[in-house]
Structure formats: C-alpha cells, structure tokens
Design a protein around this ligand. Sequence first.
Ligand code: ATP
Ligand code: PRP
Length: 216
Amino acid sequence: MLRIAVPNKGVLSEPAAEMLAESGYRQRRSTKDLAVYDPDNDTEFFYLRPRDIAVYVAAGTLDVGITGRDMLLETAPDDGEGPVAVEVMSLGFGRSSFRFASPVESGIEKVEQLARKRIATAYPVLLRRFLEESGIEADVVKLDGAVETACRLGVADAVCDVVETGTTLRAAGLHIIGEPVLTSEAIMVRREGPRRSRPSPSCGAGSRACSSPAST
Ligand SMILES: Nc1ncnc2c1ncn2[C@@H]1O[C@H](COP(=O)(O)OP(=O)(O)OP(=O)(O)O)[C@@H](O)[C@H]1O
Ligand SMILES: O=P(O)(O)OC[C@H]1O[C@H](OP(=O)(O)OP(=O)(O)O)[C@H](O)[C@@H]1O
C-alpha cells in the first residue's frame, strides 16, 4: 500500500486535493477527515500540516508527500546527516518567493544593510542558511505567521517572508529588498536514505529495517 501526505490547510491544500481527485484518487469528503483509504488504488492519504509533511516522509513513515519547496528545505534540510526528503517533481501550483522586505522609511535598500539588524521570519532555517552563505551577521526573530506586522510592532527591523502578489507587504508599509532568497512552488517529495553514514553490515539492499528512522 502507498501512503501519501497531503496538505490539510493553507493555500496548497485545495489544489493538491483537486489534482489527486482529477487523477482518479479518492479524496476526503470533509476538512475534518484526517485520513482516507482509497481501495481502488490501494493508497492511503494522510492530511497533515504542510510544514510537517517532509518530516514524515524523511522519517520513512509515509512514502511520498505534497508540500512547498520552501517547507521541504526548512523542515528536512539536507545537511548530510541522516535521511532526508527530496524533491521528485514540481506540481505547477502554489508559486511564491521567499524575500527580504523592510519598512519603506527604514532606509534599508540592500541586503548588505541587514547586518546587525533583527529579521523576523517563519522560516529560520532558510534564513540562517542564506545569512551564513552571504556572510551577514543578523538576529533572526522566529515568528509563526503574520510576519509583516513585526516591524510595525517593533520586534524586527526587516522581515524575510513568503511573497506571492506582494499585497500583504505593501499593506504593511514594507518594500522588497534584493533578489528572492528562494523561489518555491508545490512539489512532490520522497525519502532518500542517509548520504554520509556507512551502511550497516547487517542490512541488505532494500531491507525494510534499514529504512526505518530508528536505524539512522
Ligand atoms: N500566497 C501565499 N501565501 C502563503 N503561502 C503560499 C502562498 N502561495 C504559495 N504559498 C506556499 O504555501 C506554503 C505555505 O502553506 P501554509 O499557508 O499552510 O503556510 P503557513 O501559514 O506558514 O503554515 P503553518 O500555519 O502550518 O505554519 C509554502 O510552501 C508557501 O510557499
Ligand atoms: O504576497 P501575498 O499575495 O500578499 O501573499 C503572501 C502572504 O500570504 C502568506 O500569509 P498567510 O495567509 O499564509 O498567513 P500567515 O502569514 O499567517 O502564514 C504569507 O506569509 C504572506 O503573508
């Protein structure tokens, strides 16, 4: 049986379910349903937070999942240790970019000016990686959402957030700084085993035990 993770809410949820239904898979009838079994395709669908989907797939408890590229890189980064989830294909919906923005009147116009500033984000792993690669030292303020309001309320000097149309940024009096840190869209992910750890001598190729999270 195939076990597939599908976003249970957020902008990826509806198009993901529609895509699966159009492909002939049974989908949930109510947004309260947590899982659905499709006997015709011997497939079980689990409706999970997009932020959690790559975690389940990387752990090997689900075979594949639909999430955002930014979510995958945030929650199951390939740091060379242990199993990861990897992108199999892009799905053509949920397009967005992950970008810096600051208050129009802040005088911050370039990414380099973010040094020693406080940057609010819901994607601290992605942001820290970018800052490290760019040699910029800044304070990362982790928030869960509505990140654009952080500057107005004084907890950050700039933000790094998901932008689609730019409407939310503009409404908060922010302007974009620099190029996108990442461009994202909905993707399908599957598990990939550890890259750098040595194979255990007791594990034969394709052994189920070798792909369980406990063995990594
Ligand atoms: N306009 C948009 N707003 C938000 N996310 C978008 C948008 N367009 C595409 N996405 C993508 O949808 C995914 C975010 O999903 P969701 O809306 O559930 O996020 P979230 O609100 O941060 O989630 P959570 O509440 O679980 O932390 C990301 O992959 C993001 O890139
Ligand atoms: O560029 P836009 O078209 O305005 O879209 C981007 C906005 O939408 C998302 O927020 P969401 O609605 O997911 O709420 P959240 O910030 O609480 O996650 C994202 O975090 C931005 O705030």
